[in-house]
Design a protein around this ligand. Structure first.
Ligand code: SAM
Length: 417
């Protein structure tokens, strides 16, 4: 070090330590250790914690074997064989002694109590899909954290697009877009959407996200793909295959979860038959989230220990129906019906005939999680009339069971008998 410069006048030199299998000594088992240990564990470090006490979370890390805990105070020599040291005790004197041993042994040492006395600083870090973001400002950890948050958030929501030059493979991502609110897509789904060349979207799901896509992205409405001599689904499969074969990054954006009445597996199979790689990204299904958005828990302690999700797109007496309505009528738990608005009269009659009480509460939630969300309450006996008088239209989720009546009374249109 030059005799003119104070160490803190210089910026820190950033580096990525590869700690796998290397000894890291942590002195002090409090909140600081609790915050730092998970990243050290994730890095594969051989961690020795020296501390007479530890927080319950740190104790759990020791109990599970992720760290080795020496339950005692620091003594000179504890840093032998260490590559890196983290000092985080409430005892300044102990911190100084550890620091001095680290300095003598040429071991990089982070100090939680005095950054200016430390030989290393922990950056504010975050991870997103294989990228590590590390931000150092030296003396302003809050600013580092704020910059880190902005970068990670941008990577996750796709406003900072860092295309995977080495790992990005053309193919299709089958993305569950959630029930409609654009905030309810997964982080991964949103990132893949931001990286797409072509997006084939359904009518349901977070349509607002499509407006945010850059102009070069081709957005195709699945409902409008001309299907000529094919079935509509075959035409969608063909469009996916064609764009993927042209080397495009294709996102198939679906409402809710791709595998809940979403025909997702048919698309996966069609792509597999052509040898096209396909990633499936789960989504928040309307079957749980739409009731939740309307204040209805699908289970509730002491009320319902089960919920069953059923498609109501064919009537109970239709020979194509695969649903055992008589068995469902015997359940006491929650029934969630998707695609059931048109057939709810026949469904309610069948459930009552099978033994479900006519006064069982029912709620219909139309366009859940969107600005147009509305909820209509009824009973099994009145639901058919309620759908007509309230002009309930698809898409709607129908919830049947006592859970409809729990929770604070919201603004509901009641049709009780
Ligand atoms: C073909 S299914 C697809 C379900 C989707 N894969 C899921 O997991 O939510 C379509 C049905 O889902 C329900 N649905 C989807 N989004 C909805 C929303 N935002 N509000 C109400 N119902 C919705 C309706 O019952 C609609 O008829």
């Amino acid at each position: 070090m030059s005799e003119h410069a104070h160490p803190s006048d210089h910026p820190a030199y950033p580096v990525g330590l590869r700690l796998a299998g290397r000894r890291v000594v942590v002195i002090g088992g409090g909140q600081v250790a609790q915050r730092r240990l998970p990243a050290l564990i994730a890095a594969g470090a051989d961690i020795v914690l020296v501390s007479p006490s530890a927080t319950p979370s740190v104790e759990a890390m020791a109990a599970s074997g992720e760290i080795h805990w020496e339950r005692r105070r620091y003594v000179e020599g504890d840093l032998a064989d260490a590559w890196y040291v983290l000092v985080a005790t409430a005892d300044t004197d102990a911190n100084e002694r550890v620091s001095a041993e680290a300095e003598r042994s040429r071991i990089w040492c982070v100090r939680s109590d005095d950054a200016s006395a430390a030989t290393a600083w922990t950056p504010a870090t975050g991870r997103s899909e294989g990228l590590t973001v590390a931000v150092l400002t030296g003396r302003d950890p809050r600013r580092s954290a704020a910059v880190r948050d902005a970068i990670v958030e941008g990577l996750r929501d796709g406003t900072i697009t860092a295309r995977h030059q080495r790992t990005r493979t053309p193919g299709v991502a089958l993305v569950g877009g959630g029930p409609g609110d654009p905030d309810l897509i997964t982080v991964r789904g949103r990132r893949l959407l931001a990286e797409a060349d072509v997006v084939i979207a359904d009518r349901l799901g977070p349509r607002d996200l499509l407006d945010e896509l850059p102009p070069h992205v081709e957005v195709i409405d699945a409902a409008k793909i001309p299907y000529g001599r094919f079935m509509a689904q075959e035409a969608i499969n063909n469009a996916l295959i064609e764009h993927a074969k042209a080397g495009k990054a294709v996102v198939r954006l679906k409402g809710g979860d791709p595998f809940v009445f979403g025909r997702g597996m048919e698309e996966v199979e069609a792509l597999a038959a052509e040898g096209i790689p396909c990633t499936v990204v789960p989504g928040i299904s309307s079957s749980i989230s739409v009731p939740g958005a309307a204040g209805i828990p699908v289970t509730h302690r002491g009320v319902a220990h089960e919920f069953t999700v059923v498609s109501g797109h064919v009537a109970p007496d239709d020979e194509r129906s695969l649903v055992d309505w008589a068995a469902l009528a015997q359940l006491r738990g929650t029934l969630v019906i998707l695609m059931g608005v048109d057939k709810i009269g026949a469904i309610a009659r069948t459930l009552i005939a099978g033994g479900r009480a006519p006064h069982t509460p029912v709620a219909l939630i139309q366009e859940g999680t969107t600005a147009a969300q509305r909820r209509v309450d009824a009973t099994l006996a009145t639901v058919a009339d309620a759908v007509t008088t309230e002009e309930v239209r698809p898409p709607a989720v129908i919830v049947i069971g006592e859970v409809v009546a729990v929770g604070p009374e919201a603004t509901r249109a009641h049709h009780r008998d």
